[in-house]
Write a protein that binds this ligand. Structure first.
Ligand SMILES: *[C@@H]1O[C@H](CO)[C@@H](O)[C@H](O)[C@H]1NC(C)=O
Length: 403
Protein backbone atom coordinates (compact mmCIF):
# COMPACT_ATOMS: atom_id res chain seq x y z
CA UNK A 1 0.00 0.00 0.00
CA UNK A 2 2.80 2.41 0.95
CA UNK A 3 4.59 1.67 -2.30
CA UNK A 4 1.45 2.46 -4.20
CA UNK A 5 0.98 5.81 -2.39
CA UNK A 6 4.55 6.82 -3.18
CA UNK A 7 4.19 6.09 -6.86
CA UNK A 8 0.92 7.99 -6.82
CA UNK A 9 2.56 11.15 -5.46
CA UNK A 10 5.41 10.90 -7.95
CA UNK A 11 2.83 10.53 -10.69
CA UNK A 12 0.88 13.53 -9.36
CA UNK A 13 4.05 15.61 -9.17
CA UNK A 14 5.06 14.87 -12.75
CA UNK A 15 1.53 15.46 -14.01
CA UNK A 16 1.16 18.81 -12.28
CA UNK A 17 4.51 20.05 -13.58
CA UNK A 18 3.54 19.04 -17.10
CA UNK A 19 -0.04 20.33 -17.01
CA UNK A 20 1.01 23.49 -15.14
CA UNK A 21 3.69 24.28 -17.71
CA UNK A 22 1.37 23.66 -20.62
CA UNK A 23 -1.38 25.77 -19.03
CA UNK A 24 0.98 28.67 -18.42
CA UNK A 25 2.14 28.71 -22.03
CA UNK A 26 -1.34 28.37 -23.48
CA UNK A 27 -2.88 30.99 -21.20
CA UNK A 28 -0.15 33.42 -22.25
CA UNK A 29 -1.16 32.88 -25.86
CA UNK A 30 -4.78 33.96 -25.30
CA UNK A 31 -6.45 31.17 -27.20
CA UNK A 32 -9.88 30.52 -25.82
CA UNK A 33 -10.38 26.83 -26.66
CA UNK A 34 -6.91 25.48 -25.86
CA UNK A 35 -6.79 26.15 -22.06
CA UNK A 36 -10.11 24.40 -21.68
CA UNK A 37 -8.79 21.43 -23.61
CA UNK A 38 -5.59 21.09 -21.59
CA UNK A 39 -7.35 21.68 -18.27
CA UNK A 40 -9.90 19.07 -19.24
CA UNK A 41 -7.22 16.49 -20.10
CA UNK A 42 -5.32 17.15 -16.89
CA UNK A 43 -8.42 17.00 -14.73
CA UNK A 44 -9.53 13.75 -16.36
CA UNK A 45 -6.28 12.05 -15.40
CA UNK A 46 -6.33 13.46 -11.86
CA UNK A 47 -9.95 12.50 -11.27
CA UNK A 48 -9.34 8.99 -12.49
CA UNK A 49 -6.44 8.57 -10.03
CA UNK A 50 -8.18 10.30 -7.15
CA UNK A 51 -11.39 8.29 -7.44
CA UNK A 52 -9.58 4.98 -7.51
CA UNK A 53 -7.81 5.93 -4.26
CA UNK A 54 -10.62 7.65 -2.45
CA UNK A 55 -14.17 7.10 -3.79
CA UNK A 56 -15.92 10.06 -2.02
CA UNK A 57 -13.69 12.38 -4.12
CA UNK A 58 -16.27 12.33 -6.86
CA UNK A 59 -18.84 13.98 -4.58
CA UNK A 60 -16.41 16.69 -3.48
CA UNK A 61 -15.55 17.39 -7.14
CA UNK A 62 -19.21 17.66 -8.12
CA UNK A 63 -19.77 20.27 -5.38
CA UNK A 64 -16.66 22.18 -6.50
CA UNK A 65 -17.84 22.19 -10.12
CA UNK A 66 -21.26 23.53 -9.16
CA UNK A 67 -19.62 26.29 -7.09
CA UNK A 68 -17.37 27.23 -10.04
CA UNK A 69 -20.34 27.42 -12.42
CA UNK A 70 -22.24 29.71 -10.05
CA UNK A 71 -19.20 31.92 -9.52
CA UNK A 72 -18.36 32.31 -13.22
CA UNK A 73 -22.03 32.92 -14.02
CA UNK A 74 -22.03 35.91 -11.68
CA UNK A 75 -18.94 37.38 -13.31
CA UNK A 76 -20.16 36.79 -16.85
CA UNK A 77 -21.73 40.09 -18.05
CA UNK A 78 -19.08 41.65 -20.30
CA UNK A 79 -19.12 45.43 -20.19
CA UNK A 80 -17.87 47.35 -23.15
CA UNK A 81 -16.75 50.94 -23.21
CA UNK A 82 -19.00 53.63 -24.71
CA UNK A 83 -18.05 54.62 -28.26
CA UNK A 84 -19.62 58.06 -28.30
CA UNK A 85 -17.19 60.89 -28.87
CA UNK A 86 -14.29 58.49 -29.43
CA UNK A 87 -12.18 58.87 -32.58
CA UNK A 88 -10.40 55.98 -34.32
CA UNK A 89 -7.90 56.19 -37.16
CA UNK A 90 -7.73 53.17 -39.53
CA UNK A 91 -5.10 52.64 -42.24
CA UNK A 92 -5.62 50.76 -45.52
CA UNK A 93 -9.39 51.14 -45.92
CA UNK A 94 -9.51 50.68 -49.72
CA UNK A 95 -10.62 47.07 -49.30
CA UNK A 96 -10.51 44.00 -47.04
CA UNK A 97 -10.22 44.26 -43.25
CA UNK A 98 -9.69 48.05 -43.28
CA UNK A 99 -12.84 48.84 -45.22
CA UNK A 100 -14.96 46.38 -43.21
CA UNK A 101 -13.55 47.73 -39.93
CA UNK A 102 -14.31 51.33 -40.92
CA UNK A 103 -17.90 50.35 -41.66
CA UNK A 104 -18.32 48.41 -38.40
CA UNK A 105 -16.77 51.09 -36.18
CA UNK A 106 -18.85 53.80 -37.85
CA UNK A 107 -22.00 51.77 -37.20
CA UNK A 108 -20.97 51.40 -33.54
CA UNK A 109 -20.86 55.18 -33.15
CA UNK A 110 -17.13 55.87 -33.37
CA UNK A 111 -15.82 58.92 -35.20
CA UNK A 112 -13.84 57.13 -37.90
CA UNK A 113 -10.83 58.49 -39.80
CA UNK A 114 -10.31 56.07 -42.68
CA UNK A 115 -7.13 56.38 -44.72
CA UNK A 116 -7.11 55.05 -48.28
CA UNK A 117 -4.56 54.92 -51.09
CA UNK A 118 -7.09 56.13 -53.63
CA UNK A 119 -9.77 58.64 -52.63
CA UNK A 120 -11.71 58.05 -55.86
CA UNK A 121 -11.36 54.25 -55.80
CA UNK A 122 -14.37 51.91 -55.39
CA UNK A 123 -13.60 51.24 -51.70
CA UNK A 124 -13.53 54.91 -50.73
CA UNK A 125 -16.64 55.65 -52.78
CA UNK A 126 -18.57 52.84 -51.09
CA UNK A 127 -17.48 53.90 -47.60
CA UNK A 128 -18.64 57.44 -48.33
CA UNK A 129 -21.99 56.06 -49.47
CA UNK A 130 -22.76 53.62 -46.64
CA UNK A 131 -21.21 55.36 -43.61
CA UNK A 132 -22.50 58.21 -41.45
CA UNK A 133 -21.32 61.79 -41.78
CA UNK A 134 -18.95 61.17 -38.85
CA UNK A 135 -16.62 59.29 -41.23
CA UNK A 136 -13.64 61.20 -42.63
CA UNK A 137 -11.75 59.80 -45.63
CA UNK A 138 -8.08 60.68 -45.98
CA UNK A 139 -5.60 59.90 -48.73
CA UNK A 140 -2.46 58.32 -47.31
CA UNK A 141 0.26 55.98 -48.55
CA UNK A 142 1.89 54.84 -45.31
CA UNK A 143 5.30 54.67 -47.00
CA UNK A 144 5.17 58.40 -47.84
CA UNK A 145 6.14 60.46 -44.76
CA UNK A 146 4.55 63.61 -46.22
CA UNK A 147 1.22 61.73 -46.63
CA UNK A 148 1.43 60.58 -43.02
CA UNK A 149 2.22 64.10 -41.82
CA UNK A 150 -0.67 65.53 -43.84
CA UNK A 151 -3.04 62.92 -42.39
CA UNK A 152 -1.99 63.96 -38.89
CA UNK A 153 -2.67 67.62 -39.66
CA UNK A 154 -6.13 66.83 -41.12
CA UNK A 155 -7.00 64.60 -38.16
CA UNK A 156 -5.88 67.22 -35.63
CA UNK A 157 -7.91 69.87 -37.43
CA UNK A 158 -11.07 67.80 -36.88
CA UNK A 159 -10.27 66.62 -33.35
CA UNK A 160 -9.47 70.06 -32.00
CA UNK A 161 -8.13 69.61 -28.50
CA UNK A 162 -9.36 66.02 -28.19
CA UNK A 163 -7.02 63.03 -28.32
CA UNK A 164 -7.32 59.91 -30.48
CA UNK A 165 -8.89 56.84 -28.88
CA UNK A 166 -7.72 54.24 -31.36
CA UNK A 167 -5.20 53.57 -34.10
CA UNK A 168 -5.89 50.49 -36.24
CA UNK A 169 -2.70 49.59 -38.14
CA UNK A 170 -4.23 47.55 -40.91
CA UNK A 171 -2.41 48.63 -44.09
CA UNK A 172 0.03 46.02 -45.32
CA UNK A 173 1.19 44.15 -48.40
CA UNK A 174 2.00 40.59 -49.29
CA UNK A 175 4.08 40.80 -52.47
CA UNK A 176 5.58 37.39 -52.39
CA UNK A 177 6.49 34.61 -54.68
CA UNK A 178 8.06 31.35 -53.72
CA UNK A 179 11.01 30.06 -51.77
CA UNK A 180 13.23 32.35 -49.73
CA UNK A 181 16.14 31.83 -52.14
CA UNK A 182 13.98 32.74 -55.12
CA UNK A 183 12.31 35.79 -53.59
CA UNK A 184 13.74 39.00 -55.02
CA UNK A 185 15.54 41.52 -52.83
CA UNK A 186 12.93 44.05 -53.96
CA UNK A 187 10.35 41.73 -52.45
CA UNK A 188 12.04 41.72 -49.05
CA UNK A 189 12.54 45.50 -49.13
CA UNK A 190 9.01 46.14 -50.38
CA UNK A 191 7.45 44.15 -47.53
CA UNK A 192 9.67 45.84 -44.96
CA UNK A 193 8.93 49.29 -46.37
CA UNK A 194 5.17 48.94 -46.02
CA UNK A 195 4.56 46.44 -43.22
CA UNK A 196 7.34 47.55 -40.92
CA UNK A 197 8.62 51.07 -41.71
CA UNK A 198 5.22 52.34 -42.87
CA UNK A 199 3.41 51.12 -39.77
CA UNK A 200 6.27 52.35 -37.58
CA UNK A 201 6.04 55.87 -39.00
CA UNK A 202 2.24 56.02 -38.67
CA UNK A 203 2.35 54.72 -35.10
CA UNK A 204 5.04 57.19 -34.03
CA UNK A 205 3.19 60.03 -35.73
CA UNK A 206 -0.12 59.38 -33.94
CA UNK A 207 1.30 58.33 -30.57
CA UNK A 208 1.13 61.78 -28.89
CA UNK A 209 -2.62 61.92 -29.69
CA UNK A 210 -3.09 58.33 -28.45
CA UNK A 211 -1.25 59.01 -25.19
CA UNK A 212 -3.40 62.07 -24.66
CA UNK A 213 -6.57 59.96 -24.81
CA UNK A 214 -5.02 56.95 -23.02
CA UNK A 215 -6.20 55.06 -26.07
CA UNK A 216 -5.53 51.82 -27.93
CA UNK A 217 -3.24 50.60 -30.68
CA UNK A 218 -4.55 47.62 -32.64
CA UNK A 219 -2.20 46.12 -35.23
CA UNK A 220 -3.13 43.54 -37.85
CA UNK A 221 -0.14 41.23 -38.16
CA UNK A 222 0.12 37.61 -39.34
CA UNK A 223 0.85 34.14 -37.93
CA UNK A 224 3.60 34.02 -40.59
CA UNK A 225 5.43 36.56 -38.40
CA UNK A 226 5.60 33.90 -35.67
CA UNK A 227 6.01 30.65 -37.60
CA UNK A 228 8.12 29.80 -40.67
CA UNK A 229 5.46 29.31 -43.35
CA UNK A 230 6.95 28.03 -46.60
CA UNK A 231 7.18 30.64 -49.38
CA UNK A 232 6.41 33.54 -47.03
CA UNK A 233 9.91 34.49 -45.90
CA UNK A 234 9.77 38.12 -47.08
CA UNK A 235 6.27 38.81 -45.79
CA UNK A 236 6.84 36.83 -42.57
CA UNK A 237 10.12 38.57 -41.77
CA UNK A 238 8.47 42.00 -42.09
CA UNK A 239 5.60 40.90 -39.82
CA UNK A 240 8.07 39.42 -37.30
CA UNK A 241 9.83 42.79 -37.12
CA UNK A 242 6.46 44.48 -36.72
CA UNK A 243 5.45 42.08 -33.91
CA UNK A 244 8.59 42.82 -31.95
CA UNK A 245 8.16 46.57 -32.30
CA UNK A 246 4.52 46.39 -31.21
CA UNK A 247 5.27 44.05 -28.30
CA UNK A 248 7.95 46.43 -27.05
CA UNK A 249 5.53 49.35 -27.31
CA UNK A 250 3.05 47.34 -25.24
CA UNK A 251 5.05 47.45 -22.04
CA UNK A 252 6.65 50.83 -22.69
CA UNK A 253 3.24 52.46 -23.08
CA UNK A 254 1.75 50.83 -19.99
CA UNK A 255 2.61 53.81 -17.74
CA UNK A 256 0.85 56.10 -20.25
CA UNK A 257 -2.34 54.08 -20.07
CA UNK A 258 -2.20 53.12 -23.77
CA UNK A 259 -3.19 49.49 -24.41
CA UNK A 260 -1.66 47.59 -27.32
CA UNK A 261 -3.03 44.51 -29.13
CA UNK A 262 -1.95 42.38 -32.07
CA UNK A 263 -4.39 40.54 -34.36
CA UNK A 264 -3.18 37.34 -36.05
CA UNK A 265 -5.67 36.32 -38.74
CA UNK A 266 -5.68 33.06 -40.69
CA UNK A 267 -6.09 33.42 -44.46
CA UNK A 268 -8.94 35.56 -45.71
CA UNK A 269 -9.99 36.80 -49.13
CA UNK A 270 -8.61 40.33 -49.12
CA UNK A 271 -6.69 42.59 -51.46
CA UNK A 272 -5.49 41.14 -54.74
CA UNK A 273 -5.52 37.53 -53.63
CA UNK A 274 -8.44 36.37 -55.78
CA UNK A 275 -7.47 38.39 -58.86
CA UNK A 276 -5.86 36.00 -61.38
CA UNK A 277 -4.55 38.86 -63.55
CA UNK A 278 -2.60 40.05 -60.53
CA UNK A 279 -0.99 36.62 -60.11
CA UNK A 280 -0.02 36.42 -63.79
CA UNK A 281 1.59 39.86 -63.64
CA UNK A 282 3.48 38.96 -60.46
CA UNK A 283 4.66 35.72 -62.02
CA UNK A 284 5.94 37.39 -65.20
CA UNK A 285 7.80 40.01 -63.18
CA UNK A 286 9.27 37.28 -61.00
CA UNK A 287 10.49 35.09 -63.86
CA UNK A 288 11.97 38.07 -65.74
CA UNK A 289 14.01 39.17 -62.73
CA UNK A 290 15.27 35.78 -61.64
CA UNK A 291 18.92 34.92 -62.32
CA UNK A 292 19.37 32.37 -65.16
CA UNK A 293 21.31 30.08 -62.81
CA UNK A 294 18.41 29.77 -60.36
CA UNK A 295 15.90 29.41 -63.16
CA UNK A 296 17.98 26.50 -64.51
CA UNK A 297 18.43 24.76 -61.14
CA UNK A 298 14.84 25.07 -59.94
CA UNK A 299 13.16 24.82 -63.35
CA UNK A 300 10.23 26.90 -64.58
CA UNK A 301 7.74 24.10 -63.79
CA UNK A 302 8.72 24.44 -60.11
CA UNK A 303 7.88 28.16 -60.07
CA UNK A 304 4.72 27.59 -62.04
CA UNK A 305 3.50 25.08 -59.47
CA UNK A 306 4.19 27.54 -56.63
CA UNK A 307 2.17 30.20 -58.40
CA UNK A 308 -0.72 27.80 -58.95
CA UNK A 309 -0.61 26.68 -55.31
CA UNK A 310 -0.74 30.29 -54.14
CA UNK A 311 -3.63 30.98 -56.46
CA UNK A 312 -5.46 27.85 -55.30
CA UNK A 313 -4.89 28.77 -51.68
CA UNK A 314 -6.26 32.27 -52.28
CA UNK A 315 -9.40 30.76 -53.82
CA UNK A 316 -10.13 28.66 -50.72
CA UNK A 317 -9.45 31.50 -48.24
CA UNK A 318 -12.30 32.62 -45.97
CA UNK A 319 -14.69 35.14 -47.40
CA UNK A 320 -16.37 36.10 -44.14
CA UNK A 321 -14.08 38.71 -42.57
CA UNK A 322 -16.13 39.00 -39.38
CA UNK A 323 -13.81 36.95 -37.08
CA UNK A 324 -11.11 39.56 -37.68
CA UNK A 325 -13.41 42.57 -37.51
CA UNK A 326 -14.85 41.24 -34.21
CA UNK A 327 -11.40 41.00 -32.63
CA UNK A 328 -10.38 44.48 -33.81
CA UNK A 329 -13.60 45.82 -32.29
CA UNK A 330 -13.03 43.92 -29.04
CA UNK A 331 -9.51 45.34 -28.75
CA UNK A 332 -11.02 48.85 -29.00
CA UNK A 333 -14.08 48.54 -26.77
CA UNK A 334 -13.31 45.96 -24.10
CA UNK A 335 -12.10 47.08 -20.66
CA UNK A 336 -9.26 44.58 -20.77
CA UNK A 337 -8.25 43.98 -24.39
CA UNK A 338 -6.11 40.91 -25.03
CA UNK A 339 -2.46 41.19 -25.99
CA UNK A 340 -2.88 38.82 -28.92
CA UNK A 341 -5.99 37.80 -30.81
CA UNK A 342 -5.94 34.74 -33.06
CA UNK A 343 -8.73 35.22 -35.58
CA UNK A 344 -10.18 32.73 -38.02
CA UNK A 345 -10.45 28.97 -38.40
CA UNK A 346 -7.35 26.80 -37.95
CA UNK A 347 -5.06 29.43 -36.48
CA UNK A 348 -5.51 28.20 -32.87
CA UNK A 349 -4.66 24.64 -33.93
CA UNK A 350 -1.60 25.97 -35.76
CA UNK A 351 -0.39 27.75 -32.62
CA UNK A 352 -0.92 24.60 -30.57
CA UNK A 353 0.97 22.32 -32.95
CA UNK A 354 3.82 24.77 -33.51
CA UNK A 355 4.26 25.32 -29.76
CA UNK A 356 4.00 21.78 -28.40
CA UNK A 357 5.10 19.41 -31.11
CA UNK A 358 8.61 18.59 -32.27
CA UNK A 359 9.95 20.67 -35.14
CA UNK A 360 9.75 17.85 -37.70
CA UNK A 361 6.01 17.62 -37.05
CA UNK A 362 5.31 21.37 -36.98
CA UNK A 363 7.34 21.88 -40.18
CA UNK A 364 5.32 19.16 -41.92
CA UNK A 365 2.12 20.73 -40.61
CA UNK A 366 3.01 24.16 -42.02
CA UNK A 367 3.94 22.61 -45.37
CA UNK A 368 0.66 20.71 -45.59
CA UNK A 369 -1.42 23.63 -44.36
CA UNK A 370 -0.16 26.13 -46.86
CA UNK A 371 1.47 25.30 -50.19
CA UNK A 372 1.72 21.56 -50.75
CA UNK A 373 4.57 21.35 -53.25
CA UNK A 374 4.86 18.18 -55.32
CA UNK A 375 7.28 19.25 -58.04
CA UNK A 376 10.94 18.79 -57.06
CA UNK A 377 13.52 21.38 -58.24
CA UNK A 378 15.02 20.33 -61.58
CA UNK A 379 18.60 19.91 -60.32
CA UNK A 380 17.46 17.68 -57.45
CA UNK A 381 15.41 15.53 -59.79
CA UNK A 382 18.49 14.90 -61.98
CA UNK A 383 20.50 14.01 -58.88
CA UNK A 384 17.85 11.56 -57.68
CA UNK A 385 17.78 9.96 -61.09
CA UNK A 386 21.57 9.55 -61.06
CA UNK A 387 21.52 8.06 -57.56
CA UNK A 388 18.83 5.61 -58.51
CA UNK A 389 20.76 4.52 -61.58
CA UNK A 390 23.91 4.04 -59.49
CA UNK A 391 21.99 1.94 -57.00
CA UNK A 392 20.54 -0.19 -59.76
CA UNK A 393 23.98 -0.66 -61.30
CA UNK A 394 25.38 -1.69 -57.92
CA UNK A 395 22.64 -4.21 -57.50
CA UNK A 396 23.28 -5.62 -60.94
CA UNK A 397 26.99 -5.86 -60.14
CA UNK A 398 26.22 -7.69 -56.91
CA UNK A 399 23.97 -10.15 -58.73
CA UNK A 400 26.67 -10.67 -61.33
CA UNK A 401 29.27 -11.34 -58.65
CA UNK A 402 27.05 -13.74 -56.74
CA UNK A 403 26.74 -15.81 -59.87
C1 LIG B 1 8.40 59.45 -40.41
O1 LIG B 1 9.42 59.25 -41.38
C2 LIG B 1 10.03 60.44 -41.87
C3 LIG B 1 11.02 60.06 -42.95
O2 LIG B 1 11.91 59.07 -42.49
C4 LIG B 1 10.67 61.22 -40.72
O3 LIG B 1 11.20 62.44 -41.20
C5 LIG B 1 9.61 61.48 -39.66
O4 LIG B 1 10.23 62.12 -38.56
C6 LIG B 1 8.97 60.18 -39.22
N1 LIG B 1 7.94 60.46 -38.22
C7 LIG B 1 8.12 60.22 -36.94
C8 LIG B 1 7.03 60.64 -36.04
O5 LIG B 1 9.13 59.70 -36.49
Amino acid sequence: MEDYALSFWIYMGVMSVFVGGAMKKILASHISAAPTLVAWLGVTVLVERLCSLWPPAILVLAILCAACCLFSGKNAPAHTLPTEGKAVFITGCDSGFGKATAQRLDALGFEVFASVLDLSGPGAVELKRVCSSRLTLLQMDITQPQDVQQALISTKAKLGLRGLWGLVNNAGVCVNFGDAELSLMSNYRGCMEVNFFGTLNVTKTFLPLLRQAQGRIVTVSSPSGEQPFPCLAAYGASKAALNLFINTLRHELEPWGVKVSIILPSSFKTGHSSNSEYWEKQYKHFIQNLSPGLLEEYGEEYMLETKELFQGHAKTANEDLSPVINTITDALVSHQPKIRYYAGPGVGLMYFICSYFPVFISDKFLQRLFVKKKVIPRALRKQNLLNNNNNNNNNINKIDKSK
